[in-house]
Design a protein around this ligand. Structure first.
Ligand code: CAA
Length: 261
């Protein structure tokens, strides 16, 4: 595992846990941290040992409290644009990783933190998590994908309400809106997230990869194009050894042993 200044990286039994580790500033994302997240995702992409990724924040209080406001304050206009595009690119890399990514939301997920959680495939939140896009308080708008991913997840009207008002969204509300997929007690968060990661690891990796691609790409298409895309993704799974193994295992009444091929 690479050593990174602002991240903790732990690889255990196929699960790579990336912990944003700037607790003194509630894990705010400066450009250095964003670049390190890019490095970590590259490692996850390239390493066969990594099957599932978990992203969380250090400390009890915060997942990520947003982009680093102290750094942003001093940026020139075009430097601000560069930082936004960096965050957007890194979060798209998370979204497009061919392995499942789970956000373990352990407190504040604000601004860039909410945006990072939304780029993950699944969000499991502790009961004390608080989501939100409070950028208009700072005279800016969400710039790491929030104006696009939030309405796709919770609907256009609600996204406008929460972006315009900056009101925080509790874990239970996030669950009700489809922004969090599960809410658990804070002390159980990592146990539950690791259970979820292990459950995903037992499935056929090629099938998970193609389901992720079909959902991510299809959601922005018209229905007929999305359905056509699904047929091609399905056909790819049909060509996999995992498909042969999965169907043989079912017929032979045994547990499948998937190889991700
Ligand atoms: N950037 C930089 N530093 C931050 C930060 C951020 N986003 N969020 C918190 N911190 C720092 C604080 O400045 C403080 O540092 P000091 O101890 O040196 O004063 C430390 O973290 C602890 O924070 P607070 O004392 O404020 O803690 P609190 O419990 O009173 O409040 C909070 C917690 C409500 C999350 C509050 O810190 C807060 O409102 N943070 C900012 C949230 C925000 O506006 N996020 C959006 C950022 S913009 C963005 O993300 C743009 C984008 O889309 C690209």
């Amino acid at each position: 595992m690479v050593e990174l200044k602002n991240l903790l990286m732990e690889l255990e039994e196929g699960i790579l846990t990336i912990t944003i580790n700037r607790p003194k500033v509630l894990n705010a994302l400066n450009t250095e941290t964003l670049n390190e997240i890019r490095t970590a995702i590259k490692e996850a992409r390239e390493s066969d040992a990594v099957k599932v990724v978990i992203i969380t924040g250090a400390g009890e209080k915060s997942f990520v409290a947003g982009a680093d406001i102290a750094q942003m304050r001093d940026l020139e206009v075009l430097e601000g644009r560069t930082m936004t595009m960096l965050g957007q690119d890194v979060f798209s890399e998370i979204e497009n990783l061919d392995k499942p990514v789970i956000a373990a939301v352990n407190g504040y997920a604000l601004g860039g933190g909410c945006e990072m959680a939304m780029a993950c495939d699944i969000r499991i939140a502790s009961k004390n998590a608080k989501f939100g896009q409070p950028e208009v308080n700072l005279g800016i708008i969400p710039g790491f994908g929030g104006t696009q991913r939030l309405p796709r997840l919770i609907g256009k009207g609600r996204a406008k309400y929460y972006i315009f008002t900056s009101e925080m969204i509790t874990a239970q509300e996030a669950y009700n809106f489809g922004l969090a997929d599960k809410v658990v007690d804070p002390e159980e968060l990592m146990v539950k997230v690791k259970e979820a990661a292990k459950a995903l690891m037992a499935k056929a990796p090629v099938a998970i990869m193609m389901a992720k691609r079909a959902i991510n790409n299809g959601i922005d298409m018209d229905l007929d194009s999305g359905i056509a895309y699904e047929a091609e993704a399905y056909t790819t799974t049909f060509a996999s050894q995992d498909r042969v193994e999965g169907m043989n295992a079912f017929v032979e009444k045994r547990k499948a042993n998937f190889q991700g091929k």
